[in-house]
Design a protein around this ligand. Structure first.
Ligand SMILES: Nc1ncnc2c1ncn2[C@@H]1O[C@H](COP(=O)(O)OP(=O)(O)O)[C@@H](O)[C@H]1O
Ligand SMILES: O=C(O)C1=C[C@@H](OP(=O)(O)O)[C@@H](O)[C@H](O)C1
Length: 281
């Protein structure tokens, strides 16, 4: 199924659609226009590409933009890249250099979407999990849980978010559990918070596809990874639902299995549109 047909944007609480801002057409790209596009462009998500200096680096001083995984490229046509550029230009004045925090369950796409959004907006991307790993000096979240504890990880996660909150022009992919501590909201609310809300079965499929080793809360030695992940995600979601709903806006992928990341453009356009309406409000 085309993810684009299922993706809709909504406010966290009301769940109602947003008004379409003037001069900001619905986030659907005419098929003919896309088909006509010939020259594929790569919007680089290259971790080796350096970004500009970060203002107010606080406790993360000296740390440059670290992108969380290797080189990933999302290819857009010339037309698509142009549309994204125009939309980014519409949004940027309203963002006013504020940071954008992506919240949502494990596997909801915070890292994937965050990197693309950062690229489109010319912002720097940070993954809070990676920053915790960096500050603790342990290369994986799973190992931090193992060597120390979840509480230790959470303390460091809060410190990272506190430090990020003094910076500007960042897209931050937070860990799925960052929302559970109220203090983290104090930090994140200095910027804009967007909840990526994805159906649990889609999350479980994505996570089962990549394995649970890097996500200690879902890791099980035995059993079917999908079933186990689904059960655990369901329990976590029940506890966290109200916390996620604190976000300024919600981007929802409903009624779709959507493991095929075939239409990133649509997701990004909806995301930018959400940023536009939220930042403008
Ligand atoms: N919209 C999407 N459709 C399908 N798969 C996706 C989508 N977004 C992310 N993924 C995949 O899901 C997995 C988890 O994504 P990731 O961005 O790491 O999530 P998070 O940072 O929220 O934990 C990755 O394998 C990624 O490729
Ligand atoms: O949901 C959670 O509690 C967690 C999510 C993970 O981040 P992702 O959401 O990036 O997987 C990571 O912070 C840690 O494993 C705990």
């Amino acid at each position: 199924m085309d993810a684009g047909t299922c993706l809709r944007a909504a406010t966290p609480r009301a769940g109602a659609g947003h008004r379409t801002p003037q001069g900001f057409p619905p986030a659907r790209v005419p098929a003919a226009r896309l088909a006509a596009a010939q020259r594929p462009l790569a919007l680089g998500l290259d971790s080796r590409r350096s970004t500009g200096p970060i203002r107010g680096a606080g406790g993360l001083k000296g740390l440059r933009c670290r992108k969380s995984s290797g080189t990933e490229k999302v290819h857009y046509s010339a037309d698509e890249a142009l549309i994204l550029k125009q939309k980014a230009e519409d949004v940027l004045p309203y963002l006013n250099d504020r940071c954008v925090y992506l919240v949502g369950m494990m596997g909801s796409g915070k890292t994937t979407v965050g990197k693309i959004i950062a690229e489109v907006l010319g912002y720097s991307f940070f993954d809070s999990d990676k920053l915790v790993e960096h500050t603790v000096g342990i290369p994986s979240v799973a190992e931090i849980f193992q060597v120390h504890s979840e509480a230790f990880f959470r303390d460091n996660e809060s410190e990272v978010l506190r430090d990020l909150s003094s910076m500007h022009r960042l897209i931050v992919a937070t860990g799925g559990g960052a929302v559970i501590r109220p203090i983290n909201w104090n930090y994140m609310k200095k910027g804009l918070t967007i909840w990526l809300d994805v159906p649990l079965d889609a999350l479980a499929r994505r996570i089962a596809a990549v394995g649970t080793a890097s996500r200690p809360l879902l890791h099980q030695e035995s059993g079917d990874p999908y079933t186990k992940a689904y059960a655990k995600l369901t329990a976590l979601m029940e506890k966290r639902m109200d916390s996620y709903a604190n976000a300024d806006a919600r981007v929802s992928l409903e009624g779709t299995f959507s493991t095929e990341f075939k239409t990133p453009l649509y997701i990004i356009l909806v995301f930018i549109w959400m940023l536009y309406t939220t930042a403008k409000a």
